[in-house]
Design a protein around this ligand. Structure first.
Ligand code: SF4
Length: 397
């Protein structure tokens, strides 16, 4: 980790938070990096404006997405940057309680944060850790609040949203750790500096977790607005012919490789084209790996990760995962292919949280991108990627 003195020598002292910083954040158009891309300034103003008494800041470092490593790396290597952002957020929205919600498997990250906190003499309020269990949905905003309140990292039906009634029933700002690191830089260097850090109308930089058919899985900081292809080249390029790319993690979607490289690292522009950058994951599937098998593995994982509270999520996801598994091993029931599209379309919006929506979007994107392979599996009962049985499907070549 970068020690406090080196951090201050590199970036200068952290300025004061407050209403002025919220205005700077609004002008910068900095957006959250946990996946939702919500404007940070708007979120802070809402919490600051709605508070009855003091608010709570929940620093979200759960990072349960299996393809994402950027948050734990950031906490481990640059803990003071995250803490700067957290202290600025707390003073700006009037929080007197900071909860560092860190994934239970991210031990080096937590150790770095603990050491960095011990170096600080500028704590604005109480700071405490709460451990996020290793579940996919633990980092979902309402699940994080539920975990802090009751020790149960399951989503709750909303409204009320955390900014209305969160930790201890108090207005709560939930903010991803990468977002807070950007805040710490925008506070120092300003909104224009942030805007000039991006390309083609996008501001600032973003952390990407790049994995799959690359020499080594990497976390890379790139200018927003640069292309996915440039990012992959920056980590050494693909190590095999790439068939498709999973963009945005398990809640994202498959994109044909040829369509991927020119896409911008810009969550808002991607969303306008029906894509998602999510929490910034880019996973390259080699052309010789079976996309149907890989999707079946992910769908099964997501079905297992259901918080088992909502019927459509519990039974619908499992039914989809089972049908996908039958197709993947070329032993489908007669109507599995039709059912997959129907069930996935019907699942959207049926849960208390976005878990089923994310899973359904992934499956629908697979049915589109791997359409030929699905037909081959379901009709000809043959995998066009022989040698890659379900259990052997991996990201790497
Ligand atoms: S939709 Fe699924 S993951 Fe979300 S709360 Fe309901 S059961 Fe849990």
């Amino acid at each position: 980790m970068e020690p406090g003195p080196a951090h201050v020598a590199r970036l200068g002292p952290v300025p004061r938070g407050g209403a002025g910083l919220i205005e700077v954040l609004e002008r910068s158009d900095l957006r959250g990096r946990g996946g939702a891309s919500f404007p940070v300034g708007t979120k802070w103003r809402t919490v600051a404006g709605r508070r009855a008494g003091s608010a709570v800041l929940l620093v979200n470092g759960a990072e349960g997405e299996p393809l994402s490593y950027k948050d734990r790396l950031l906490m481990q290597c640059r803990p003071h940057l995250v803490i700067d952002g957290a202290f600025l957020a707390a003073t700006s929205v009037g929080a007197d309680d900071i909860v560092l919600f860190v994934g239970e498997e991210h031990r080096p990250a937590r150790a770095s944060l603990e050491r960095a906190l011990a170096e600080r003499v500028d704590h604005p309020c109480r700071v405490r850790f709460v451990t996020a269990p290793a579940r996919y949905v633990a980092g979902e905003e309402s699940a994080a609040v539920h975990c802090v309140n009751d020790g149960v990292a399951l989503p709750t039906s909303i409204p009320p949203r955390p900014f209305e009634k969160g930790v201890g029933g108090r207005p709560t700002l939930v903010q991803n750790v990468e977002t807070l690191a950007h805040v710490a830089l925008v506070a120092r260097f300003g909104d224009r500096w942030y805007q000039e850090g991006g390309r083609d109308g996008a501001g600032g930089t973003a952390l990407l977790s790049i994995s799959g058919a690359v020499r080594q899985g990497s976390v890379l900081e790139v200018a927003q607005g640069s292309t996915i292809g440039e990012a992959v080249e920056a980590v050494g390029g693909a190590t095999a012919a790439v068939g498709a790319v999973l963009l945005g993690g398990y809640f994202g979607g498959w994109v044909r490789a040829g369509e991927t490289w020119s896409l911008p690292v810009d969550g808002m522009r991607l969303r306008a084209h029906g894509r998602a950058l999510g929490c910034g994951t880019v996973a390259l599937l080699p052309a010789h790996r079976c996309g149907v098998a890989m999707t079946a593995l992910i769908a099964s994982y997501l079905a297992d990760q259901s918080a088992r509270q909502c019927g459509p999520c519990v039974f619908g996801l499992r039914a989809i995962a089972d049908a996908l598994s039958r197709v993947a091993v070329c032993t489908p029931d007669a109507h599995d292919l039709t059912r997959l599209r129907t069930w996935s379309s019907e699942l959207r919006g049926r849960g208390a949280c976005r878990h089923p929506d994310g899973a359904a979007g992934l499956v629908l994107s697979a049915l589109d991108v791997f359409d030929t392979e699905f037909l081959s599996h379901a009709v000809q009962r043959r995998c066009s990627s022989p040698g890659t049985p379900l259990e052997a499907a991996q990201w790497t070549s």
